[in-house]
Ligand binder design. Structure first.
Ligand SMILES: NC(=O)C1=CN([C@@H]2O[C@H](COP(=O)(O)OP(=O)(O)OC[C@H]3O[C@@H](n4cnc5c(N)ncnc54)[C@H](OP(=O)(O)O)[C@@H]3O)[C@@H](O)[C@H]2O)C=CC1
Ligand SMILES: O=C(CO)[C@H](O)[C@H](O)COP(=O)(O)O
Length: 475
């Protein structure tokens, strides 16, 4: 191929980078330069996709990669978060010129994105932090794309990104969400919600498995049924698929031979760190992240079971009949609304704190297809924002009425699971948050009194304005 013919280049030919490059070539009709630390992989991608080979340009070196790009250049980095991204930036930056666009399309701590954008700004090269969701399939056929950075740069990127994005009712699931780290922040919260969604599904699976005694296949059928109603979502769909899958070696359900230790690459943790920094309670997301941490201490849990396994708990009062299942379904749906409300509250606060003016309704709109948390429910969130100002999703008329209807089920499921000793950290966190949130008169008046006693931290009074300190009795 003659030089400078590629419309853009993708650096990083892992799961996401390779599929995103194929998507650009296939659905966008773009010519794409392929770069990778392990060079052979870039050639392998071209060679294993003969139908697209004409539009795929593997590169031997960074110089070669750059030489194939049309100017002004667009380079998409898709490698693991952290140091590898900084290394790729250092590698490519000396070869770029003012006006070129450098995109980090991997998951990133938005603080890194802000730092990187600032460091590059004066060079005239544009740095864009861009969240991409949808996993392997999404990257290949249409992900949801959350773009940050300079709005003028978005106008240049739009024609490249719209054709490769997922579509919901023909509307592209890609948008510019705000300056600097906004795109990566929103992707991080997406993943925090993803963690919560997955954890709550796992907890209900636990109730069905250990509380009712159903087999993986039977539970798969239940999730498949739930996927036809309010819980319809990609995550519930894949729950049914994974539960029904058999292990080819043993013939057992595959989930029954998978070790119960969840991996995590950082996004869930970042989401709750940022929620805490912003002073927003995202307790269901926190419980989900913590549950992965606890899961990874498997040997320690085995010791704890020896110590506490004999504790008498109430007989699990869950039933696999219609009513019992309907209650679990309603509980999951209600807790899901609460978890999403928490994620949205974090984004609303971040928007204020960082001056992003995040389009919260627009975020729900681009999450309706392509991303891992895509669901019918996200269309409801879109409509809630379209209907008027939303202080908190739990106060929007649609969700307020759904939570009012479902809360009793969530309450009963949490209570029964607690009495039966079944672990439901995220579901119970959702219920606790709801009960905390709906009480106009809370209990932190006591906390304030204690703080004033031991540290003269002062308090405010209900009956008059001002800041007060009381002379408490000596203790
Ligand atoms: N997998 C998923 O479902 C999703 C992943 N993401 C994010 O996308 C990014 C890429 O993930 P994914 O494609 O799954 O990862 P993979 O592990 O499949 O691929 C990693 C890629 O990064 C390259 N790489 C790793 N370390 C370095 C380094 N130090 N220097 C240069 N290149 C390096 C690898 O090169 P080499 O081939 O030489 O090893 C490879 O191309 C991550 O930020 C991830 O969080 C986002 C959404 C979904
Ligand atoms: O971003 C993603 C999905 O949206 C990635 O699949 C990510 O790796 C998921 O997080 P983790 O690996 O921590 O479960």
């Amino acid at each position: 191929m003659s030089e400078q013919q590629a419309d853009l280049g993708v650096l990083g030919m892992g799961t996401m980078g390779a599929n995103l490059a194929l998507n650009f070539a296939d659905n966008g009709g773009f010519t794409v330069a392929l770069g990778n630390r392990t060079v052979e992989k870039a050639y392998g991608i071209r060679d294993s996709n003969p139908a697209l080979a004409e539009r795929l340009v593997p590169a031997d070196s960074i110089e070669h990669f750059i030489s194939t790009l049309k100017s002004p250049r667009v380079v998409v980095i898709m490698v693991n978060a952290g140091k590898p991204v900084d290394e790729q930036i250092d590698l490519v930056l000396p070869h770029l010129a003012p006006g070129d666009i450098l995109i980090d399309a991997g998951n990133a701590d938005f603080n890194d994105t802000v730092r990187r954008e600032r460091a590059i700004k004066d060079t005239g090269i544009h740095f864009v932090g861009m969240g991409v969701s949808g996993g392997e399939e999404g990257a290949r056929h249409g992900p949801s794309i959350m773009v940050g950075g300079d709005q003028a740069v978005w106008q240049r990127l739009k024609p490249l990104l719209e054709p490769i994005s997922a579509k919901f009712d023909a509307s592209p699931c890609v948008d510019w969400l705000g300056t600097d780290g906004a795109g990566h922040f929103v992707k991080t919260i997406h993943n925090g919600i993803e963690y919560a969604d997955m954890q709550m599904i796992a907890e209900i699976y636990g109730v069905l498995r250990d509380g009712i005694g159903l087999s993986a296949g039977e539970i798969g059928d239940i999730f498949s049924d739930w996927n036809t109603r309010g819980l319809q979502s990609y995550l519930v769909e894949i729950t049914a698929v994974t539960l029904r899958e058999k292990d080819p070696e043993t013939g057992k359900p595959l989930v029954d031979v998978i070790v119960d230790e969840a991996g995590q690459k950082g996004t869930g943790r970042w989401s709750v760190i940022e929620a805490q920094k912003l002073g927003v309670g995202a307790t269901t997301l926190e419980a989900a992240v913590s549950a992965r941490g606890i899961s990874s201490r498997r040997a320690e849990r085995a010791e704890a079971e020896k110590l506490f396994g004999d504790i008498e708990t109430a007989r699990a009062e869950f039933h696999g009949d219609h009513d019992g299942l309907a209650e679990l379904e309603a509980a999951l749906e209600t807790a899901k609304i609460i978890a999403y409300a928490q994620g949205y509250a974090v984004m609303a606060e971040a928007s204020r704190e960082f001056g992003w003016n995040l389009p919260l309704g627009g975020i729900a709109r681009i999450w309706r297809a392509g991303c891992i948390i895509r669901s019918r429910f996200l269309d409801d969130i879109t409509q809630a924002y379209e209907a008027g100002e939303v202080v908190n999703l739990l106060q929007s008329p649609h969700f307020a009425s759904r939570v009012r209807e479902g809360q009793a089920s969530l309450r009963r499921v949490v209570a029964k699971a607690a009495l039966a000793g079944l672990p439901i950290p995220a579901l119970s966190a959702a219920l606790a948050y709801f009960d905390d949130y709906r009480h106009a008169r809370g209990t932190t008046n006591l906390t304030q009194a204690q703080r004033d006693l031991f540290g003269a931290h002062t308090f405010r009074r209900l009956d008059r304005e001002g800041v007060f300190h009381h002379k408490w009795p000596q203790v």
